[in-house]
Ligand binder design. Structure first.
Ligand code: HEC
Ligand code: HEC
Ligand code: HEC
Length: 462
């Protein structure tokens, strides 16, 4: 019997080693899946750059913030991060050197992540991502935003750092969906409106927010303004394929989210997201007197084109002439589209049914690109072909025939969007408000410190 012991011990050690390797491998592949669900690559990769090497400028109302290198490079990336430091960056917005991150990094959403998921992400980034030893240009914001400590005050006001706690009254599927939507998949980063200090308004979860020149629409359960009329399978199809036939298609930042992230999620996770979305409290916009995907009907103005010469001034072309010349080849004479949604109809489409018309302008200017799916261009952009006046005329034509007539598109709007959007008055106000908050906090801290010193002095006199 005695001779068996070393052999048994060896078997145990080998089995233990195997189990260790297996859990490390599991953890790494889980980590990769989580990184995809969190779409880390979207911000941490510059166009044409190496994955996760940073360099993408993220435009924010307070200035351009450059995403950093999160490859495990010891000189330019996060190679020296401990798991605790990684967790603090991800969930509390604190860098390894103690400096605060700007909330352009969605740590307010990632704060919901479980310890296990942070662990798996860390394992994958450290072991499976190739290190890149070049650091992108550092972020330089104007005063007072260059003071990263001001974010400590912001976090105090707006960061809810509690991890996700499941609701025992709801199904496992619902809880998984809530965890993904509020946390890793950070839908609220784009879809929740923000207050003057650029923090998400939690009472208006997913009621619609702005992402640069795009609008991430209301996706609450409201039947008219949101996705209340969508079936769960419509939602799953939208996230998997980038379009839900007869309702909507993903362009701009949403096409990127589908392309890099959502289409790669498991069927169970997409279903869980859909289950949760259908229960998000409805937020209604009174302008949506019908469901945003139910406006318009097949129609044309072909009569107005027959025997009429095109005007010599291209800015005088009518909507019908522009539509016939540039769009009808794909979307068909009456806007009805074809190929079972491959070329979508322009009526019964949220793109024309929403009174928020920036996306309609953006899609005409930029078209629809899915850089990662190989097919690349889904719809060409017309920024080089059409003038601001022409885009406004065409957009107004589309709204009149196929959309909500309460909507409008102006030449100035097209001009502004073409130029990349303008800093709004709200942004100026936000700056002012932020400065005031920071000053107030500094004043309060100074007062507290003086009181403490006075107390200490008094204690010394006694
Ligand atoms: C919406 C854009 C965005 C997404 C998505 C995003 N990040 Fe970031 N991240 C940033 C930006 C911008 C910074 C730099 C912020 C700053 O300098 O204050 C940053 C910083 C970081 C840092 C700090 C690194 C350092 O030392 O500067 C880590 C770690 C990090 N991100 C990890 C991740 C991980 C992991 C994911 C995916 C789960 C992720 N990020 C997704 C934008 C993003
Ligand atoms: C990076 C920003 C961003 C993120 C993250 C994001 N979205 Fe979107 N989403 C948008 C934008 C912008 C649109 C509008 C796209 C368009 O009109 O082509 C959109 C459109 C949609 C629509 C269609 C709504 C309509 O009326 O046409 C749905 C549904 C949707 N998103 C769901 C989600 C879900 C669920 C998540 C998280 C799993 C998510 N989005 C994450 C930016 C984002
Ligand atoms: C070469 C074919 C083609 C042409 C030409 C074309 N489109 Fe499209 N368009 C598409 C396809 C394909 C989609 C849907 C892409 C998808 O589902 O990913 C689309 C989508 C759209 C959408 C919905 C976008 C969204 O965000 O939901 C609008 C609006 C639109 N096109 C308007 C136009 C207008 C206006 C013109 C003319 C200036 C035009 N298209 C010309 C192929 C075309």
């Amino acid at each position: 019997m005695k001779g068996m012991t070393p052999l048994l011990a060896l078997i145990c050690v080998l089995a233990g080693l195997y189990a260790g390797v297996a859990t490390a491998a599991d953890s790494a592949s889980t980590g990769q899946y989580l990184a995809i669900a969190g779409d880390c690559v979207a911000c941490h990769t510059a166009p044409g750059g190496k994955p996760f090497a940073g360099g993408l400028p993220v435009p924010t109302p307070i200035g351009t913030i450059i995403a950093t290198n999160i490859t495990p490079s010891k000189t330019a990336g996060i190679g020296n991060y401990t798991e605790q430091q990684f967790s603090d960056a991800l969930r509390r917005g604190i860098r390894a050197d103690g400096a605060r991150l700007y909330p352009a990094m969605p740590y307010t959403a990632y704060a919901r992540l479980s310890d296990d998921d942070v662990h798996a992400l860390y394992a994958w980034f450290m072991h499976d991502v190739s290190p890149v030893d070049t650091a992108p240009t550092p972020t330089r914001l104007p005063f007072p935003f260059n003071i990263r400590l001001s974010m400590a005050a912001w976090n105090l006001l707006f960061l809810d750092s509690k991890p996700f706690t499941p609701d025992p009254g709801k199904s496992a599927d619902w809880n998984r969906g809530a965890y993904l939507v509020r946390g890793l998949a950070h839908c609220s980063t784009c879809h929740t409106p923000r207050n003057l200090l650029m923090a998400e308004q939690s009472s208006r979860e997913l009621a619609g927010g702005d992402v640069g020149t795009w609008h991430a629409p209301n996706i609450t359960s409201d039947a008219n303004s949101g996705i209340g009329g969508w079936s769960e399978s419509d939602l799953v199809a939208y996230m998997k394929l980038g379009h839900a036939t007869g309702r909507a298609q993903a362009a701009g930042p949403m096409a990127e989210a589908v392309d890099n992230s959502l289409q790669h999620l498991t069927a169970a996770d997409l279903q869980a997201i859909a289950t949760y979305l259908k229960t998000v409290p409805a937020q209604h916009d009174p302008v949506d007197t019908r469901a945003v995907d139910s406006w318009g009907a097949a129609s044309d103005e072909l009569d107005s084109l027959r025997g009429v010469a095109l005007p010599s001034d291209p800015n005088k072309m009518t909507g019908a002439q522009l539509y016939d010349g540039y769009c009808a080849s794909c979307h068909q004479a009456q806007g009805q589209g074809s190929f079972d949604g491959g070329l979508p109809s322009l009526f019964h489409n949220t793109a024309t049914g929403r009174t928020h018309t920036n996306n309609l302008v953006m899609v005409i200017l930029d078209g629809i690109r899915w850089p990662a799916d190989g097919s690349d261009v889904h719809m060409p952009g017309f920024a080089q072909t059409l003038t601001d006046q022409q885009v406004a005329t065409l957009g107004s034509y589309l709204i009149k025939h196929y959309g909500n007539p309460a909507a409008a598109i102006s030449v100035d709007q097209v001009k502004t969007l073409r130029a990349g959007g303008a800093p709004s008055h709200l942004v100026l106000l936000a700056r002012l408000a932020l400065v005031v908050v920071v000053l107030l906090l500094v004043a309060i801290i100074a007062m507290l410190m003086r009181r403490k010193r006075q107390k200490a002095r008094r204690a010394g006199h006694d």
